[in-house]
Design a protein around this ligand. Structure first.
Ligand SMILES: C[S@@+](CC[C@H](N)C(=O)[O-])C[C@H]1O[C@@H](n2cnc3c(N)ncnc32)[C@H](O)[C@@H]1O
Length: 240
């Protein structure tokens, strides 16, 4: 690799052989600049649309797990600014489904950002997975985007156990697949959309924290499977 990663580090100097669990994201700092954070939530909607592969995952893994009558409830756990929840309702309508999507996140700042746009069929709640389980909630499909890499081992076990309890049909958690190519491409591409946001630094840190496919396989509890999704994604899947 050549060049710098936008956080000032030479690309050749970045060690991607193991997960960089010591790195935290700028947007997780409760004292970070709220205007930069609001811009970051909006800009991640664009980044997610470009890199996260959810359009394909909706067709291959979400829609087939919904009830045959075309109606269903989907939970987006750790919804952040809410772009995936909104996209799921849009894609569902385009494919003849009528779904209710709940986006949940314990971070009040994320729910604030998400609630700026709530199309019909989408609601956002400031709740964690644990709180949803305690409230006795059930959904057909539980999804998340970019949450697995964000959590420590114990939190991830709890999150996946909560997902199992909440999902009547399928859990589907999508994340980045760590590789030097993903890192290099993001370092170059994110420069175009990162101005005034945490998108570049946090995205690169996220890649460094994320799993390879074998690592994700090893990290998942019994009953879960890991799949690679093109081109730089991994999926953690559990069928109820
Ligand atoms: C890296 S952000 C991803 C946000 C969004 N899904 C996206 O792709 O832009 C991870 C989010 O997971 C949320 N989170 C962490 N633990 C959670 C839990 N147990 N239940 C629900 N959300 C959780 C955090 O508050 C944070 O907003």
């Amino acid at each position: 690799m050549s060049g710098r990663d936008g956080a000032g580090t030479r690309l050749q100097a970045v060690d991607l052989r193991t997960r960089a669990l010591d790195l935290t994201e700028l947007m997780d700092d409760p004292d970070c600049d709220p205007r930069a954070l609001a811009r970051t939530f909006r800009r991640f909607a664009l980044v997610n649309a470009l890199v996260s592969g959810w359009r394909a995952a909706w067709r291959t893994h979400v829609a087939p797990a919904l009830p045959a009558n075309g109606r269903g409830r989907i939970l987006d756990l750790g919804c952040g600014g809410g772009d995936l929840a909104r996209a799921l309702v849009r894609w569902a309508a385009a494919d003849g489904f009528e779904v209710e999507v709940v986006g949940a996140d314990p971070d009040a700042r994320a729910i604030d950002a998400a609630q700026r746009s709530t199309p019909r069929g989408v609601t956002f709640r400031q709740q964690s997975s644990q709180e949803l389980v305690a409230a006795g909630e059930r959904f057909d499909v539980v999804v998340s985007n970019h949450v697995l890499h964000h959590l420590g081992d114990e939190e991830r076990h709890g999150f996946l156990a909560d997902s199992e309890s909440l999902a009547g049909s399928r859990s589907l958690h999508s994340d980045i697949r760590r590789s030097t190519e993903a890192y290099r491409l993001y370092a170059i591409g994110s420069a175009l959309v990162a101005a005034g946001t945490f998108v570049r630094v946090d995205g690169l840190r996220s890649i460094r924290r994320s799993f390879t496919l074998p690592e994700l396989r090893d990290a998942l509890p019994t009953g879960w499977r890991a799949e690679q999704a093109a081109p730089h994604r991994v999926l953690a899947i559990r069928d109820a």
